[in-house]
Design a protein around this ligand. Structure first.
Ligand code: 13P
Length: 334
């Protein structure tokens, strides 16, 4: 695959007014989500839930792609059509989560490093054959007393760069996700500093590993006060600080940046994205790759009657896609 082809996929992922729906929860994470609404976490329920999401009528009006978990990429609709085919037929680019989750970073209490590089080349080759055209890897940076350490940031950046280079070699667009976690009592300035040093390290590593930025998407966390910080920030402040941080660290050759929601309310996630686009023009399209902020309301509805509430749940998925799609244009009115 040429860099031009990778760039074309990356640009399609952030087409105007479109974003990504992240439905790549590992089996453990989706169990937590299902437990919270009283749905049993069986393979069939996971399949049925993902079918509900992916077959939402007219989803591609506001959604360019979806990130799947390994299990989902191998599953099909009730009628036996592979999800990847359903997506491609509907103009939604299939993506795949390829990391193997976070593990304690030895020697650094409270810090984690993402694993999954061993055997990744072969897995990417298979995912491409199954229809995936982009791949996500999530690094986790925790904020706390004396953390993050430089070692943790570097270890995660190095892994992200190695995965991204392998993706491009195998014809997939890497969606690099260094998530600075919202949990904690830190203030917005601390989040700014940690996000800045994390992104600086990440783009340094991508450069050292010959990753072509034209065929790469950044999945970023917003610059926010910690979830238990007493000093709350306004929508405008979050938007301004996030933009200032991104502009000082992310090269303009990158085709686009999408945000994770990270535990923000649905309304905040949409309002923050809208405010950043209203403040444009920016060097890159800014859109969304929300998991919880795309799904939570629909999951609630679906869980009340998983066979009977498919239509109402899909209407909610569409509504969240529409709101975030408008926010990606700075046209969301609340
Ligand atoms: P949230 O939007 O729920 O943070 O999930 C996005 C995601 O893909 C995290 O890796």
């Amino acid at each position: 695959m040429s860099i031009e082809q990778l760039a074309e996929i990356a640009q399609a992922m952030v087409a105007p007014g479109k974003g990504i729906i992240a439905i790549d929860e590992s089996t453990g994470t989706i169990k937590k989500r299902f437990d919270s609404v009283g749905v049993e976490c069986t393979e069939e329920n996971r399949r049925a839930y993902r079918e509900m999401l992916l077959t939402t009528p007219n989803l591609s009006q506001h959604i360019s792609g979806a990130i799947l978990f390994d299990e989902t990429l191998r599953q099909s609709t009730r009628d036996g059509v592979p999800f990847a085919k359903v997506m491609m037929d509907n103009g939604i680019i299939p993506g795949i989560k390829v990391d193997k989750g976070t593990h304690a970073l030895a020697g650094f209490p409270g810090e984690v490093v993402t694993e999954g590089l061993d055997g990744l080349r072969a897995r990417l080759e298979e995912y491409y054959k199954l229809g995936a055209r982009f791949a996500k890897w999530r690094a986790v940076i925790n904020i706390g007393d004396d953390i993050p350490s430089g070692t943790c940031i570097e270890a995660n950046s190095h892994a992200l760069a190695r995965y991204a280079a392998l993706c491009q070699e195998q014809g997939l667009v890497p969606m690099v996700e260094p998530e600075v976690i919202m949990d904690g009592s830190h203030d917005i300035d601390t989040c700014y500093d940690v996000t800045e040093v994390t992104l600086r390290s990440l783009f340094g590593s991508l450069y050292e590993h010959n990753v072509m930025l034209e065929g790469t998407i950044l999945k970023a966390s917003m610059v926010l006060p910690g979830s238990t910080c007493s000093d709350k920030a306004s929508i405008e402040e979050v938007a301004a600080e996030t933009l200032r941080c991104l502009k000082s660290t992310v090269p303009a050759t990158l085709p686009g940046i999408v945000f994770l929601s990270g535990g923000q309310s649905d309304a905040d996630a949409t309002a923050h994205l809208n405010a950043m686009n209203l403040a444009g023009p920016n060097p890159w399209p800014l859109s969304f790759s929300y998991g919880r902020a795309m799904q939570s309301a629909a999951l609630q509805i679906w869980s009340k009657d998983i066979a009977g509430n498919i239509g109402p749940a899909q209407a909610m998925v569409f509504e969240r896609a529409r709101a975030n799609g408008l926010a990606a244009l700075g046209e969301w009115k609340g």
